[in-house]
Write a protein of this length. Structure first.
Lengths: 286, 311, 247
């Protein structure tokens, strides 16, 4: 029983991390129909940069902001000079951004090496808290869950209560309509994409403090984020929230109960879902 | 006439390679042919049907593992182990082929996720697959008294199998079924109203592509002599697609040219440069930005006097 | 006698909007029926429900007595339905010949064959070339469709729909976007079709519509307001009002 609860918290905290990554992917897709497979690499790079900052300054908060901002700059360059020229061809987008991810991964390997690295957190985030029933659980993971909830609420407000969000939602439903309203979608995309990149970089730092940063981690996390997006439905923020929790829980329980087939536990339900609902829970045809 | 002559010359050169080129090139060419077959399988979906599959390495790896495990652990002969490998890969394709219920981005993402299932099982189910170390000491193929004893002989085995596959592939793409795939790529709605059940055609295309990938996997395991999860990983799948595109998607020669370029580059670059993956990433980017129709596309443009229409 | 196409209290709603509202029509075999009505009258929606692009919200579509309401398009084709699209829809990456090959094979089990190239089937290419000759495209057989003019594509599309020898042929504004001379040519091709083919078409060009039709169904706001001969339609006051915009 204790394990069931602990694994649930594990799963939800992983879900919080996945939400940071998948929300960016799903919103940029919704707005611009851009498939960016480099988000995993953004995550890893953000994490490594955060690590360097944390080591240099001793500040975890500075690491989070710095890791996020560094990725914003990189993400803007990739959008502007590589993705934009190739247009709306998904095949080209996937190949191109996989290429970008390979290059980023290699650069990270060259700079930070191949070891498993962890980012040191602030003192107040270390240690455990005691839950009812003598359950000890790392403070950091709880903070992560709170952070994820905070991010989800902020994004939800942005998405549903602001002009920017209204345009993004309209873009998810009907691209032509948005173009017809005379809103500069390109400029809005820069903004949304910057936000997505920032989240990916931040995810790298907060993830790098409890998972590890290592070559290949970018693909592990990207695949989880993609499953979130597939389950939740491309372009849907609610889908990303629900999908993150589902994938986080499946991953935690899968690793615990069926370690050898944990990937199967993760992807099996996804496959079954898709047999019945091709566009995920909240998704629409694209 | 010209084409026939070229084909004969090419065949003569390929047949003579082991005689004058030495072991290094013979091995490399064997590898190129095997991966070209994998690229061809990706391109059956991409070039003909317009589906971008990111799990071709799964069939490749499952076929390879099956053959390796049967040969190494159970002492089963090549006559059974090799067809069993192809069968296992094909059975997996029968399951994964349900991905054709989706299109576009969903298809790309789902095949990617499927690919990760196979990689994950190969990696984590260590008691059966050998985990990270994989299955080692795979013998060279032998059927009764006929034994392959070295790289040169195996080169010819691969050459014959790959040529047979290319021949089958050619007929397939020119057949009513192959034509229907190109029709589906061009206009699904039109094809539906002409009486085609799109889902079943794409399903069958997916399975056929799985067969080619599985054959490549079996050829690979006897060539490499061991198999580990890397063979089923995402980079292998995406590299197969890249090979097809670099060479020229929708052609038969294209995947061979692409496999040649990528593998020669890898061998050459790894000689003096540690960071091969980054190099490959740059190849991806350059191809997409400047040669989206690949080498065959450039040739076609050059032949047509550069009317600016491409292919 | 069983109707070739019988539409039975058919309704189709998109969200809250009822594009087609309880429409019933019976079209006997061999009849040429034209659907007319102002924009938004529900012609295309009704047409698409018959063709299988849409599934009706309620009601039924029967073809020669068989309920086809929920049947996918490819099975309707196998039962003897052919159609053209409002906006030219052909496989533009393929040649004219390949398009027609696909059309001929569409209702043929041989479409599943993988071990033999299309050129190796005796008589297949000849049959296709004969079909092309009928619409005057025989000399362009090996041309990729993307190099054809719009008028030629419409001719090709008609050839595609006819090559499965349909019993019921649905034409969605076949003359849309054509020049007057191309219209005339297409009009002649359609008039010359065998009389045993049941024809259902949407047409905006009222002269062509009335000249081709045996009967005309006038739709307005998703309902049938008149079902009659071309003469009756021309003289009906209500139709004049909603369709021609004056009394």
């Amino acid at each position: 029983m204790r394990s069931v609860i602990l694994q649930a918290i594990n799963g939800i905290s992983l879900g919080a991390l996945l939400f940071l990554l998948s929300s960016g992917f799903t919103l940029t897709f919704g707005l611009m129909r851009v498939v960016n497979m480099a988000y995993g690499a953004y995550y890893l790079l953000g994490g490594y940069i955060g690590l360097t900052i944390a080591r240099a300054t001793g500040s975890f908060e500075l690491a989070i902001v710095g890791g996020g901002l560094a990725v914003v700059v990189l993400g803007y360059g990739v959008d502007r000079f590589l993705i934009r020229p190739i247009g709306s061809n998904h095949l080209a987008q996937v190949l191109l951004t996989v290429g970008v991810a390979f290059v980023i991964g290699e650069v990270c390997l060259a700079i930070w090496g191949g070891d498993n690295l962890k980012i040191p957190t602030s003192a107040y985030l270390r240690g455990s808290i005691v839950l009812p029933g003598e359950l000890y659980y790392p403070k950091y993971r709880f903070a992560l869950i709170l952070f994820g909830i905070f991010a989800a609420i902020s994004l939800w407000l942005l998405y549903h209560k602001t002009q920017i969000g209204a345009v993004v939602r309209a873009g998810v439903d009907d691209r032509e309509m948005v173009n017809a309203t005379g809103i500069n979608v390109d400029r809005l995309f820069v903004l949304v994409s910057a936000l997505a990149s920032f989240f990916a970089g931040v995810a790298g730092v907060v993830g790098g403090a409890f998972l590890t940063l290592n070559p290949g981690a970018e693909w592990d996390i990207l695949v989880l984020a993609l499953v979130v997006v597939i389950i939740g439905g491309l372009g849907s923020l609610e889908g990303a929230i629900l999908g993150s929790v589902i994938v986080g829980l499946l991953d935690a329980y899968g690793r615990w109960l069926l370690p050898e087939f944990s990937y199967f536990v993760l992807f099996g339900p996804m496959a079954v879902l898709l047999l019945f609902r091709v566009t995920g829970i909240f998704g629409k045809e694209h | 006439m010209m084409r026939l002559l070229l084909a004969i010359i090419a065949l003569a050169v390929v047949l003579a390679v082991p005689a004058f080129a030495g072991e290094f090139w013979t091995t490399l060419l064997t590898q190129i042919m095997i991966f070209a077959l994998l690229a061809l399988s990706a391109d059956l979906l991409l070039g003909s049907a317009g589906l971008f599959s990111l799990c071709q390495a799964s069939f490749f790896a499952v076929a390879a593992y099956t053959t390796a495990i049967l040969q190494v652990r159970h002492g089963v002969g090549t006559l059974i182990a090799a067809p069993a490998g192809v069968l296992a890969g094909t059975l997996l394709a029968l399951v994964f082929a349900f991905a054709v219920r989706t299109r576009g981005v969903y298809f790309i993402l789902i095949t990617l996720a499927f690919g990760y299932i196979v990689w994950g099982v190969a990696y984590r189910w260590a008691s059966f697959t050998g985990g990270d170390n994989g299955v080692t000491n795979v013998p060279l193929p032998a059927i009764g008294p006929l034994r392959v004893t070295g790289t040169t002989q195996y080169y010819y085995v691969v050459l014959v199998v790959v040529l047979l596959c290319v021949w089958a592939y050619r007929i397939l793409t020119a057949s009513p079924f192959g034509l229907s795939l190109r029709g589906i790529k061009s206009s699904e709605t039109r094809m539906r109203s002409l009486g085609y059940d799109i889902g079943r055609h794409l399903y069958m295309a997916f399975v056929l592509a799985g067969v080619f990938a599985s054959i490549a996997g079996v050829l690979y395991v006897y060539h490499n002599r061991f198999i580990n999860p890397v063979a089923g990983s995402f980079p292998v799948s995406v590299e197969a697609v890249l090979m097809a595109i670099i060479g020229g998607s929708g052609t038969i020669l294209g995947p061979f040219i692409g496999a040649g370029i990528v593998l020669i580059l890898r061998n050459w670059v790894s000689g003096f440069f540690h960071y091969y993956t980054g190099m490959l990433g740059i190849v991806f980017i350059v191809t997409v930005l400047w040669a989206p129709k690949g080498i065959m596309g450039l040739i076609a443009r050059w032949k047509s006097g550069d009317r600016g229409e491409g292919v | 006698m069983t109707a070739a196409i019988q539409v039975d209290r058919l309704a189709k709603a998109f969200g809250g909007l009822r594009a087609v509202d309880e429409v019933s029509i019976a079209i006997p075999p061999g009849e040429r029926r034209v659907l007319i009505g102002p924009n938004g009258a529900g012609k295309t929606t009704l047409f698409n429900c018959i063709a299988g692009t849409h599934r009706p919200t309620s009601g039924r579509v029967l073809m020669f007595g068989t309920d086809i309401s929920q049947m996918p398009e490819n099975r309707r084709t196998a039962l003897g339905m052919g159609r053209t699209f409002q906006i030219s829809n052909v496989c533009t990456d393929l040649t004219v010949l390949e398009n027609l090959l696909l059309a001929v094979l569409g209702t043929d089990r041989r479409k599943w064959i993988v071990y033999r190239s299309t050129g190796a089937f005796p008589g297949l290419h000849d049959r296709v070339l004969a079909g092309l000759a009928k619409v005057g495209l025989a000399d362009r057989a090996d041309e990729p469709v993307k190099f054809l003019s719009y008028g030629e594509r419409r001719q090709l599309e008609l050839a595609l729909a006819l090559s499965s020898h349909p019993k019921v042929l649905l034409l969605d504004e076949p003359c849309a976007g054509l020049s007057p001379s191309e219209r005339q040519k297409l009009f002649q091709t359609v008039s010359a079709l065998p009389r045993d083919i049941t024809l259902i078409m949407i047409e905006h060009d009222i002269d062509i519509a009335l000249a081709l039709a045996d009967r005309v169904t006038v739709l307005h706001h998703g309902r049938v307001i008149l079902d009659g001969t071309p003469d009756e339609v021309q003289s009906n006051a209500q139709v004049r009002e909603v369709y021609f915009g004056h009394v």
